[in-house]
Write a protein that binds this ligand. Structure first.
Ligand SMILES: NC(=O)c1ccc[n+]([C@@H]2O[C@H](COP(=O)([O-])OP(=O)(O)OC[C@H]3O[C@@H](n4cnc5c(N)ncnc54)[C@H](OP(=O)(O)O)[C@@H]3O)[C@@H](O)[C@H]2O)c1
Length: 327
């Protein structure tokens, strides 16, 4: 297969490229060349999708996977540029497109809306609604040749967000019997997808010529299972100090960012980690065991140079964690 990847050098796209090359696909990348070198064996086209698609003026591909579309007008421009030269357009969207996270979402549930569809600031307030508009722009242009995957939290080696990685790394520096702040309740739901499983699923959807929308999520696990898997991978028996979210929030700690994977314990978030994966499972989604994701993420994190092992985007410093435990 001739595969075009928009992005391809950072996280999801990187795993997709690895998987496609491993099975012998002819892979072309389009990106700015800022996030890292293209791997050996791919054709590399350089350009910034925000300003110039001319590097994509020639060429034909069986499918394109767009890993970095955030603004509807940019996704529409990409679709217009490729419409007559690409068979299938696979778009990496997000479960954040849904209007509500109070209950478990299926693919047909209402989507988030935005007052200004031309907004070009992508943040926590606009991200989901803009992704939903990107999906709509693609369906306009490609109709049944569009496949949308809506991942939940994407995890695994090369994750730039540090969210999931915080936990294997935190437990790896735990000592038997020493306290570790554990946010919320051990039975709080956690739903992730390993980026490698997402990559394999997208290739499978292309191979099967499947169109439509798929929540790409793993099974709903619990926070207790995640921390236990991390402790097991590190070979430690820590003293997990489960502390309810309201108490932690009252101490100024932010769910999700300071306390990765932990959400406010309220009705508005009750469905966020429970997206319905039945459609994806029926299409062949396979998710690996949590223990494997944890072990591989820990091994990758340990392989990083010391400066890159620091958690500056997510998680708590030792000092803040100690202060929270003392409180
Ligand atoms: N992380 C999660 O938990 C999560 C959850 C749900 C959905 N998602 C979705 O998953 C997707 C993949 O995320 P990711 O972290 O792997 O990738 P990403 O950071 O969105 O994209 C990185 C790739 O896109 C390229 N790129 C970025 N801006 C570009 C531009 N203006 N023009 C051309 N290329 C550009 C980068 O290369 P250069 O920098 O060299 O250009 C790099 O190869 C995103 O669409 C995100 O919304 C993520």
């Amino acid at each position: 297969m001739r595969l075009l990847v928009i992005g391809g050098t950072r996280f999801v796209g990187r795993h997709l490229v690895d998987a496609a090359l491993a099975r012998g696909d002819a892979v072309t990348l389009f990106n700015r060349g800022q996030s890292g070198p293209a791997p050996a064996g791919v054709e590399s086209l350089v350009g910034d999708r925000r300003v110039d698609l001319s590097a994509l003026a020639h060429g034909r591909w069986d499918a394109v996977v767009d890993t970095c579309g955030y603004l509807p007008r940019e996704v529409a421009a990409m679709a217009a540029a490729l419409r007559d030269r690409v068979g299938r357009y696979v778009f990496v969207s997000s479960v954040s497109v849904y209007a509500s996270t109070a209950t478990a979402n299926t693919e047909g549930d209402p989507l988030a809306t935005i007052d200004d569809p031309d907004a070009d600031v992508v943040d926590g307030r606009t991200y989901g609604a803009l992704k939903a508009l990107c999906e709509a722009a693609l369906i306009d242009a490609f109709d049944a040749r569009v496949t949308v995957v809506r991942p939940g939290l994407i995890v695994g080696p090369h994750d730039p967000t540090q969210r999931f990685t915080y936990w294997p790394a935190r437990l790896a520096r735990a000592i038997d019997g020493a306290p570790v702040l554990a946010p919320g309740h051990p039975d709080a739901p956690v739903q992730v997808i390993d980026a490698r499983d997402l990559a394999a699923f997208m290739l499978q959807l292309i191979d099967g010529d499947r169109h439509g929308i798929y929540n790409a999520v793993g099974p709903t696990l619990t926070m207790g299972q995640v921390l236990q898997a991390c402790a097991d991978a590190a070979g430690v028996l820590p003293d997990l100090r489960w502390t309810d979210m309201a108490t932690l929030q009252a101490r100024g700690l932010q769910p999700w960012s300071d306390l990765p994977l932990a959400l406010p314990d309220d009705a508005d978030h009750a469905g966020f980690m429970r997206a319905d994966a039945r459609r994806a499972l029926a299409a062949g989604l396979h998710t690996r065991p949590l223990a494997q994701t944890v072990a591989d993420t820990l091994a990758w994190w340990r392989s990083l140079p010391p400066a890159a092992q620091a958690f500056d985007k997510a998680g708590l410093s030792s000092e803040r964690e100690r202060a929270a435990l003392a409180g």
